[in-house]
Ligand binder design. Structure first.
Ligand code: COI
Length: 358
């Protein structure tokens, strides 16, 4: 049941009368399976974005000819809303997500989303579904901005019509334990000139077979190497990656094949500004192997919106299993995790102005 639609703050809102919130066990939230009451939908037709609408979360009609389904013109973002101990809701660097989404759109030949449509739609949606943002100890509200091509046309060309959707779901941890990463030389995530730096749906589809193989061997994820030399570490698909070797933090340099993570960028700022040594460069898997052999590989962690700071337990490479020191000994990863969490929840100063209150 929906209430009579009304225009509020520039958005046409069709409100659910009965919220589904009481059906959700907020103390046991899985990742990404329960969705909040409403979603934002904005159509792009006749060369422009149309009236933004908020409606009850649910199915969207399409035909089998829909362009995104046939040729994969589809991009997305991942963001989170955090509830502080003060009860306020905060967003972490939301404009960075918009700007990355628009860079993905450009690479995938899709229209840019104007800032007012994105930010105002997000604000209206979160205001309406504010009760879905879990308390700090229960989790966060994951936000999924998504844009796909909607032409009913099976010739190969970029679509004339698109739909931008924003929907949300309360989530717990993405990784519930330190992760095991498998290095593969058999598969490639991205090549120079490809779409690796875009958050394109197809990047994730292409990783599903290698991921399935990795999971069947007890790994959580693939640690991708570059597509040309199969030597240099890139990222994990679900997160960027960092290593601590001796007293230096190492991060793979962005070379056009790695997703430019917003958590990655924030972590790098914190590392630099707090006096740690850091090198952002090509890192060969053999360098990591040698550091491990010499007892210098102190930490490895992934960074991402969903993953937050995810400690790595073990890296598998050519039959060898490299186990990292216990999580309690990971001074840098633990410090970054606490610092970011405190900033996001309003429990610490926000010296960089990363946080936007709803
Ligand atoms: C995110 O961290 O938000 C992502 O989009 C990764 C995802 C595949 C869960």
């Amino acid at each position: 049941m929906v209430a009579k639609p009304a225009i509020e703050g520039g958005v046409r809102i069709e409100r659910r009368i009965n919220s589904r919130l009481s059906e959700i066990d907020m103390d046991n939230i899985p990742f990404g399976r329960e969705f909040s009451d409403h979603m934002l939908v904005v159509n792009y037709t006749d060369g422009k974005w149309q009236q933004p609408e908020i409606k009850p979360y649910g199915p969207i009609a399409f035909t089998p000819a829909m362009s995104a389904l046939n040729y994969g013109q589809s991009i997305f973002e991942g963001m989170k809303a955090y509830r502080g101990t003060d009860g306020d809701i905060r967003l972490f660097r939301p404009k960075e997500n918009l700007s990355r989404m628009n860079r993905s759109a450009e690479r995938m030949c899709m229209p840019a989303i104007p800032e007012d449509i994105f930010m105002n739609g997000l604000k209206q949606l979160l205001t309406l579904d504010a009760n879905w943002v879990p308390k700090q100890e229960q989790g966060t509200l994951y936000i999924r901005p998504l844009m796909y091509a909607t032409d009913d046309y099976i010739g190969v060309k970029s679509s004339d019509n698109y739909q931008f959707v924003l929907f949300t779901c309360p989530v717990g941890l993405y990784y519930k334990e330190p992760v095991n990463l498998l290095v593969t030389k058999e598969f490639v995530r991205a090549a120079i000139g490809g779409t690796g730096a875009a958050k394109a749906a197809g990047n994730y589809a292409a990783a599903m077979l290698p991921d399935k193989i990795a999971k069947s061997q007890g790994y959580h994820n693939i640690l991708w190497l570059d597509g040309r030399d199969h030597l240099y570490i890139e990222e994990c698909g679900t997160m960027n990656v960092f290593f601590v070797v001796g007293d230096t933090v190492l991060a793979p340099r962005l070379v056009g094949t790695i997703l430019p993570g917003i958590t990655r960028k924030s972590v790098m700022r914190l590392i630099r500004d707090n006096g740690y040594k850091m090198e952002v460069r090509r890192i060969s898997i053999h360098e990591i192997e040698e550091a491990y052999e010499e007892g210098l590989l102190k930490e490895t962690f992934g960074t991402g919106t969903a993953a937050s700071i995810a400690h790595v337990n073990m890296i598998g490479f050519q039959g060898k299993k490299m186990f990292l020191p216990p999580v309690e000994e990971r001074a840098i990863g633990n410090w970054l995790s606490d610092t970011l969490n405190d900033i996001k929840h309003g429990n610490a100063k926000d010296p960089y102005g990363w946080v936007t209150k709803l």
